[in-house]
Design a binder for this molecule. Sequence first.
Ligand SMILES: Cc1ncc(COP(=O)(O)O)c(C=O)c1O
Length: 410
Amino acid sequence: MRIGRTLPPAAAPIYLNDIFSGLKGLIRGPKEINRFESELKAHYNVKHCFLLSSGKAALTIILKALHDLYPERNEVLIPAYTCYSVPSAIVKAGLKVKLCEINPETLDFDFDQLKKILSQPGATNSKNSILAVIPTHLFGLLADVGQVRKINTDDKISIIEDAAQAMGGTLKEKKLGTLGDAGFFSLGRGKAFSIVEGGIILTNNNSIADNITKQMKTLPTYNMLEIIKLVIYSIILTIFMQPLLFWFPKSLPFLKLGETIFKPEFPIKKMSSFQAGLAKNWQTRLKNITSIRQQKANAFTAAFQKKDNLISSMIYENETHFLLKFPLKIYDTQILDRILSKSEKQGMGIMRAYPDSINNIKELKNYFKNKTYPKATMISKHLLTLPVHHFVSLSDRLQIKKLINNELGF
Ligand SMILES: Cc1ncc(COP(=O)(O)O)c(C=O)c1O
């Protein structure tokens, strides 16, 4: 166990001031929720916005609303390599996970396979049972939502933009989160912008919004005990996300920090006014966070000489390209293991990304018996993420660069 300065793999700052705003929000009650909602609608120029307890809660509610619109459809098409919260939300909504291979160069869909899946004709197909397709800006990387729209000619298949990790990003001046029929953000710990936990749904589609409104009416709010827990947790995060103290929560195995688990049992609640208050001044704060991440991601892009270690879509020009974590492909597993163990010793916050492709999740394996997604599985074995958050100092960055380049032989 390391005692001493340790970088969290991902972190969004919450300051004491923000917690005071949260407490003020709690006193203001529903007005605070309305304020946050109106600011989001104006900023994203969308007609409808809904605030929930997490990103997976947001996704579950979108899916339930879509299923109400098209009850004959029950499959949700996602990349075979993504966060385990996504299949968890699909199962929670009572729907089936359907996978599409990824392109290891971009971590986006393999568009040839996507085309095939979305054009399968006839009764044997599952095309007519697909309810939604979920392009995902994984780690903040840009997913080509426009391409999905071009390929998808069935207007009963909705495009849900998973911008859980990408709040604050843009694509050709369009804001991420607004490119699909509905989009959602996560405001969880370690996301681009955090209020401890939270989820935002954006949509311009009136029928989807009407059904979401119906779903929202059935949801509970946080009770007082849960709000007190949130307040305490926000204080703990403010203190222990600091690199000088992060070694402590990291050494507590029951916190399972950094673990990604498939777990379809999770609460779905409306966001509390404490969380909406925590988000006060979110536009300025998000802008600052975005520019810090962008600078650090650019520096890492320049730091690694072999471009096949990088994800090619990162080389989009003129985008607010901030990245939540910096993905790096290391093909030699011995080198990868050495990087991880040295990072662990030096407290550098380098992590393996998701442990396996979605088809290999133990609880889901039966659904994908005869199907393999070799590129997604390969990426899960060879992808590391480097921290780019505001606690990463220049000397941390140089140390990470040296550690990796030494192992790669540069
Ligand atoms: C790509 C992606 N989608 C959805 C989610 C779910 O968000 P939350 O953790 O707020 O439930 C996450 C969270 O890690 C994510 O990374």
